[in-house]
Design a protein around this ligand. Structure first.
Ligand code: FAD
Length: 468
């Protein structure tokens, strides 16, 4: 007979991955326990990652709008806004998001246990509460959704008051005059935009020779230009040799021999999966050197009844992806098959100022694959809606197959890019010939809108084909 477990499923972590899995399982009538070591639900996503950085970004980008739009700036509509107001707004958003998310667990009758989970065996999990007391529960299946934390090399003193990582930067209680951001990935470039928008002197150190090299090269160049134009100093192909935390400043020594000094340092160079406290050896699992777990297409680890989702399995390490991975893993637990989305269909949203978003292939990839493609472009500054909003920066780029006209990629740089991209994404996913660039010409767009960029870009692209 089947052994009797206390729970049908145990989910470890309440970030988007854990939430997606827990809700899907609970809605299917399963008895679910969720374990969270932090005192509130929502995960790194809500408390240290996506939500706070987006709330900060939003305030700063409004501030820039007020300071640069002549109508507002000339009439001094701008601010008495302080750094602490902006931080307070972010913590208000965190609290209300976390509160909202905790109602999901209540409403779906999920048992939420606060404490740190570790495996005793594949069906038994021990929970250590903050006060040291322990509880043991059993479950038929388990989903590991423990997320990730900033990679903090041992030779840097992260306890120094001027040295931050992407979690602790939220503890900053005053606006620095200058900051060095080490690591020009998504998190580094987003924080570079935020600090520069506040008027802070920003040095951004990039280990590679271009920013965000996974992006379409034109978009990555646009970001570099825009950051440079706004005064961010970018140093490419550099890496640190040592960091000196001083009383009045922090010094970053580079392998190239350069020395940089600033009020503080944000070290944002990669993340590590949270697997070290799970006692994985008790179930025969082993994380790789970055703390990440390997899974199959059903998000199942090498141990049949244990699944893993979200940042703990690595790429693409996005909240958006984590939530769906949780749902897919739950589907696999319920029905044996996840029917998961392909990674390449997941859009990229980068919340620099302005934003970047893309879906599908970029020009480099299409060239490498020898796919005959054409490009349609629209500059935001030519759109009525953008002119009304005094938006000068931004563009939309549609890549499409020269012969079939199938849309192959959408790349957007500019305000609201992360929303605008979804129009193109929806068209790309149409079946039966509905996924061609002609859709954007045969459709009536609201006027004036930013969405109209699709029509302008489509006309531009098709003209290039016909004018051959
Ligand atoms: P998490 O959200 O990290 O949640 C994991 C949870 O597990 C945590 O609550 C943790 O306390 C808990 N936990 C860990 N170990 C244990 C244990 N042993 N027992 C019990 N509980 C445990 N993604 C986007 O899509 N868009 C963005 O704009 C975006 N911006 C970001 C900005 C920053 C600065 C950062 C750092 C990340 C950003 N991300 C963004 C990425 C996104 O936050 C992560 O991909 C997402 O949070 C991953 O979700 P998760 O469920 O895997 O883990």
């Amino acid at each position: 007979a089947k052994p009797a477990y206390q729970f049908d499923a145990i989910v470890i972590g309440t970030g988007p991955g854990g939430e997606g899995a827990a809700m899907q399982l609970a809605k299917a009538g399963k008895k679910v326990a969720v374990i969270e070591k932090y005192h509130a639900v929502g995960g790194g996503c809500t408390h240290w990652g996506t939500i706070p950085s987006k709330a900060l970004r939003h305030s700063v980008s409004r501030l820039i709008e007020y300071n640069t739009t002549p109508l507002f700036a000339d009439n001094h509509v701008s601010r008495n806004l302080t750094f602490s107001d902006i931080m307070q707004h972010a913590s208000g958003v965190i609290k209300s998001q976390s509160r909202l998310r905790s109602t999901f667990y209540d409403r779906n009758r999920v048992t939420l246990i606060h404490g740190e989970a570790s495996f005793i065996d594949a069906h038994t999990v021990e929970i250590t509460r903050n006060d040291g007391s322990k509880e043991i529960i059993t479950g038929e299946k388990t989903a590991i959704a423990t997320g990730s934390r900033p990679y903090c090399p041992k030779d840097i003193d992260f306890n120094h008051p001027r040295i931050y990582n992407s979690d602790t930067i939220l503890n900053l209680d005053h606006e620095p005059q200058s900051i060095i951001i080490y690591g020009a990935g998504v998190i580094g470039t987003e924080y570079a935009s935020i600090f520069r928008g506040l008027g802070v002197k920003v040095d951004l150190v990039n280990m590679r020779d271009r920013l965000l090299s996974f992006l379409d090269a034109e978009i990555s160049d646009a970001l570099s230009y825009h950051l440079w134009n706004n005064g961010v100093v970018i140093r490419h192909t550099e890496s640190y040799s040592s960091v000196e935390g001083r009383e009045d400043s922090v010094i970053l020594n580079l392998e190239s021999g350069k020395r940089m000094r600033a009020d503080c340092l944000l070290f944002a160079n990669g993340r590590t999966g949270n697997t070290d406290m799970l006692n994985l050896q008790n179930v025969g699992l082993k994380a790789d050197s970055r703390g990440q777990l390997k899974v199959n297409h059903n998000y199942q680890t090498e141990v049949d009844n244990i699944y893993a989702i979200g940042d703990v399995i690595g790429y693409p390490s996005l909240a958006s992806a984590a939530y769906n991975q949780g749902r897919f893993a739950a589907e696999a637990m319920l029905h044996g098959n996840a029917n998961a989305q392909l990674v390449e269909d997941i859009p990229t949203g980068i919340y620099t100022i302005p934003e970047i978003s893309s879906v599908g292939k970029n020009e480099q990839e299409l060239t490498q694959l020898k796919i005959p493609y054409e490009v349609g472009r629209a500059q935001f500054k030519h759109l009525a809606r953008a002119q009304i909003a005094s938006t000068q920066v931004g563009s939309l780029k549609i890549l499409f197959h020269r012969e079939t006209k199938e849309v192959l990629g959408i790349h957007c740089f500019g305000e609201r890019a992360s929303e605008i991209v979804h129009i193109g994404q929806a068209i790309m996913q149409q079946q039966g010939g509905g996924n061609t660039i002609e859709y954007f010409i045969n459709t009536t767009f609201n006027y004036p809108t930013m969405a109209e960029a699709y029509r302008v870009a489509a006309l531009n692209g098709l003209n290039r084909v016909f004018n051959d």
